[in-house]
Design a protein around this ligand. Sequence first.
Ligand code: C2O
Ligand code: CU
Ligand code: CU
Length: 494
Amino acid sequence: MVSRRGFLAGLALAPVVYAAGCSVRPSVSAANGTRPLPIPSLAPSSVGADGVRRFTLRAQAGSSEMLRGVSTPTWGYSGSVLGPTVRARRGERVELAISNALPEATSVHWHGMHLPAKFDGGPHQMIAPGAVWTPSWTVQQQAATLWYHPHPHGATEKHVHRGLSGFFLIDDDAADALPLPKEYGVDDIPLVIQDRRFTADGAVDESDPTDVGLLGDTIVTNGIAGAHLRVTTERVRLRVLNGSSGRLYNLALADGRAFHLTGTDGGLLPKPVALEQLQLSPGERAEIVIALRPGENTTLRSLPITDRAGIDRAAEFGFDDTFDILALQAAETLRPSAPLPASLIPMTALAAATTPATRSFDLQWFMINNRRMDMNRIDMTIPVDTTEVWSVRNKDNWPHNFHVHDVQFQILTVDGKAPPPALSGWKDTVYTSSGSTYTLAMRFADHTDPTYPYMFHCHLLHHEDQGMMGQFLVLAPGQRPAPMAMDMGAKGHH
Ligand code: C2O
Ligand code: CU
Ligand code: CU
């Protein structure tokens, strides 16, 4: 048995080999033994005579070098780990043919996407091994950084942990017109942050989950540990996704400098917000812009979690940990970037902070309102063309967050007060502090379906797998629920 420290030290001497399935930009120098951050390739697509943009993805097993010189068995989409970045424009109709070459059934959920429930990719749209699932919808929302990941009931943490996750970027004219960094892989960088533990033989360790799920001691960014980004422009935009199972990150730059938050889960903010720290819980995204001077180096780091009142086992939940996430190395000469615009995308309020709540949700242990998920139970039906206000309370001494499928919501209040600027944009996932109550406004505009439900759940994947989830139908006037009976033992249902 080698000690963990000795094992990792040995890795530093191993030759540089890049993860297969990722296109990696060449870097001039790799300081401190780091490797260049892999940039997921853009998923190829073709537009047919019918105007539909078509993609294909294949869930498959392979191996990748998360740790340099070590081969780790991983799962990926159309590659050995993670997946290509799917990119489409608002107004466009998309179709994705997803085949499953894994040894077990999986599903693909479009996190943050407004789309018909039967194409949502939740636990009711399983893809059996060897099967192909082909959802299609029209993108009807503003430019945003979304993502896709598996959602099999009870096994989401395992599937994500093994490497299944990808970005889904939506573009639109309004965002294109803004002078933000937007050259993919150059000054507009997708960055998925995950944590992993490895066994002595280099496999991803799936043992010993804590009460917040699997926590790792190694940070993996875009599929590799120990990455750096060579910055060649004065400003760089990072589209950050917390793709971890149960870990919260408190992002900051190592030298304490401020950065700007320009977007959250559902799109760009009304205006950039200067921050020195930004907390992201699992499933949340943030677009941040960092300014660097020629030749400068800094590090994106995660600091201990400061918001911990009411959490009784902070150390066990990883709240005390500090990690280097990504080294940023500016070139000696930087291409000029436009200054950040004073305003970005305006937002119209869906409801007033004083609007009474339509429904309320208590989060505790693995339950929402004292119930665990039952795929055969519809927890609520929502009349189409309504705006609802949901009141969500963490009445626990555990961290939880709250994610709603189908919609992006606005946070009206946090414990009765206006939310901080970082929570003032469109969100589909919100962290809930222990003891706090959040009111969320959301609109159920269309996509009625009496059969297929959408989910709402805690996005700590272990909690979700344990049943901290419920289901709702969006119904047309006069429509009655007609849910499909689920055989929970069925492997493939499509
Ligand atoms: Cu990102 Cu229901 O999930
Ligand atoms: Cu989702
Ligand atoms: Cu939870």
